[in-house]
Design a protein around this ligand. Structure first.
Ligand code: SAH
Length: 248
């Protein structure tokens, strides 16, 4: 049970595995207006930057669950580096179906809503770990501009145009599920670059160090084709945001 290795090659130098910048991640934490000690459950916590920096800056506590051994180790190392090992813990495991023993003030899934077969199922999953009146955080893509055709959608990290909604429709869907959208922090094209363009330098340095690796040809091909694909498609068409929801 682990994340395919190509992801850890591309994103080994990332602390945040989504299109939010460090500043946006900090702003998201502050936007929740919670007191120190607030308990956060983070499903698919990646390298743990959200829990670790929120623990350091805001005094939150929390648990992260992630299927990647590499990212989970990075998360534990980051907690030690930031001096917050008494406030956060990281569990290596499948987050699909994970329910916290103690209800959380905030239950989050930032950029991995496939763990609940989409955002509606992920909201249901998170709800099982949330205290009454708590906040859900969902990180989800939307179409910044709807692609002109299916080929462009497929080149923008979707399988079809129907995979994602435009922002007003996504907000409407959350409301239709019985939630108030009470806050949001959206990526922009610059923060997308921090997520995607940063992968290119990581891949180039990895290639220079690992020319004979089994995955070298695949990484070489990606590094050659990705920048043009990204600026033509994802950067133009795909939006991404974290939405804070409270049950009505
Ligand atoms: N929330 C983190 C990571 C987002 S990237 C951040 O924003 O930085 C998606 C993450 O989902 C990866 O860390 C990957 O390892 C994790 N993941 C994918 N499938 C998973 C599953 N079934 N259970 C737990 N984690 C999963």
């Amino acid at each position: 049970m682990d994340l395919p290795r190509i992801f850890t090659i591309r994103e080994s130098a990332h602390r945040i595995h989504n299109p939010l910048s460090t500043a946006k991640l900090a702003a998201l934490g502050e936007s929740l207006r919670l007191a120190p000690g607030a308990r956060v459950l983070d499903l698919a916590s990646g390298s743990g930057e959200m829990l670790c920096t929120w623990a350091r800056d805001l005094g939150f506590t929390g648990t992260g669950v992630d299927i990647s051994t590499v990212f989970t180790e990075q998360a534990r190392a980051r907690a030690a580096e930031l001096g917050v090992t008494d406030r956060v813990e990281f569990i290596h495991g499948d987050a699909a179906g994970y329910v916290a023993k103690q209800p959380a003030d905030v239950a989050a899934c930032i950029g991995a809503t496939w763990i609940g077969d989409g955002f509606a199922g992920t909201i249901e999953l998170l709800e099982r770990s949330l205290r009454p009146g708590g906040l859900l955080l969902i990180g989800e893509p939307y179409w910044r501009l709807t692609p002109p055709d299916e080929e462009t959608a497929r080149a923008s990290h979707a399988t079809a145009i129907a995979d994602f909604l435009e922002l007003p429709d996504l907000v409407g869907r959350f409301q239709g599920l019985g939630y108030d959208v009470v806050e949001m922090t959206l990526s922009d094209q610059d923060s997308w670059d921090r997520y995607v363009a940063a992968q290119w330098l990581t891949m180039r340095r990895w290639l220079d160090r690992n020319p004979d690796d089994d995955m070298a040809a695949e990484v070489r091909e990606e590094l050659t084709t990705e920048p043009a694909r990204y600026v033509r498609t994802t950067r133009e068409y795909l939006g991404w945001g974290v939405f804070a929801l409270m049950k009505r």
